[in-house]
Design a protein around this ligand. Structure first.
Ligand code: ADP
Ligand code: F6P
Length: 323
């Protein structure tokens, strides 16, 4: 293998740049050329790319987002488009592809390998941490830290004024950000798409806390919660409890920003390992994390298994220790 492609796909996540950097530098050390496709599968389909070398990935390890750009590319769902893309890759001498993204992106990658023999490796990156087979995706730690830092600031106002805050965090289908944020930020309650929290129980819990003199009340709500996000939950709870309340939607600030040390390390290990796996002939894999170590998991297993169960035990813990 003399030339490999790399792209970032789906939602951007802090640490994607660190993964690209590691992959390019690992490839260079083995004498392999790397090209970076722009905007995910869009660049692959339209053959828009740059040749990357050690210098072109300098000064990016600390940057959020992805300097290659990312997108959602519905065209890639079309087998005929994948066939034309594979033909172009072969013409350009690209034998392998590293895809940094979520499980949707990996489906496209595995289709390319199964249908056209292009060797692929996935590196899981999404702030949602919802990819089966890895305990942590690139970007998750940064997103949770961002959410917790924001809530720490909101708590100052909550404590000073007795206002109840309903904080909406990202996660249309996954409660992982909400669960980890809730425990780390000392929330009184947390609502996620994967579980139904009895709002009556939450109201009772808040009333008892208020009766005991507690003034700051933080309720974390994942955007995909069935009660209708933070506004929906606030509407119901505020009808039962007569204290002032506010809703804060943290939104895309969770997706950007400097990656944490943890995300930089996870991304660096994943990028370098992806290259080694490709060069050693191990393909159709995702470079994952299990028990805190870098491992390889077949991409097919990622699709065959259900979504990872979120840490629902954190839901009980958040409430148990919220006082
Ligand atoms: P994520 O990778 O974060 O899960 P998406 O599910 O939006 O994000 O997928 C990103 C891109 O991957 C899609 O826009 C499409 O180009 C490609 N993709 C997703 N699913 C498939 C599939 N079943 N077959 C081929 N390509 C796919
Ligand atoms: O997949 C990451 C994520 O941040 C989800 O948590 C969120 O629902 C979604 O992306 C929002 O993305 P967009 O604004 O691009 O639709």
């Amino acid at each position: 293998m003399k030339r490999i492609g790399i792209l970032t796909s789906g939602g951007d996540a802090p640490g994607m740049n660190a993964a690209i950097r590691a992959a390019v530098r690992a490839a260079t050390s083995f004498g392999v050329e790397t090209i970076g496709y722009f905007d995910g599968y869009t660049g692959l389909v339209t053959n828009q790319y740059d040749e990357l070398d050690d210098r072109s990935v300098g000064n990016i390890i600390q940057r959020g987002g992805t300097f290659l750009g990312t997108s959602r590319c519905p065209e890639f769902l079309d087998p005929a488009v994948r066939a034309a893309t594979a033909h172009q890759m072969r013409h350009d001498g690209v034998d392998g592809l590293i895809v940094i993204g979520g499980d949707g992106s990996f489906r496209g990658a595995l289709a390319l390998q199964n249908e056209h023999g292009i060797a692929v490796i996935g590196a899981p990156a999404t702030i949602d941490n919802d990819v089966w087979g890895t305990e942590e995706t690139i970007g998750f730690d940064t997103a949770v830290n961002t959410a917790v830092a924001a809530i720490d600031q909101v708590r100052d106002t909550s404590e000073s004024t007795g206002t109840m805050f309903f904080i909406e965090v990202m996660g249309r289908k996954s409660g992982e950000i909400a669960l980890h944020t809730a425990v780390a930020a000392g929330a009184a309650g947390v609502l996620v798409p994967e579980a139904t929290l009895e709002l009556d129980a939450l109201v009772g819990h808040l009333k008892r806390s208020i009766a005991r003199g507690k003034r700051s009340h933080i309720i974390v709500v994942a955007e995909g919660d069935e009660a209708g996000g933070a506004f929906g939950v606030a509407r119901i709870v505020s009808g039962e409890i007569d204290v002032p309340y506010r809703v804060v939607v943290l939104g895309h600030i969770q997706r950007g920003g400097r990656p944490t040390v943890r995300d930089r390390i996870i991304a660096s290990e994943a990028g370098a390992r992806a290259v080694k796996a490709l060069l050693e002939g191990r393909t159709g894999l995702m470079v994952a994390r299990q028990s805190g170590r870098s491992v390889e998991v077949p991409l097919q297993a990622v699709f065959d298994n259900r979504s990872p169960l979120p840490r629902l035990d954190l839901l009980d813990l958040a409430i148990e220790i919220s006082g």
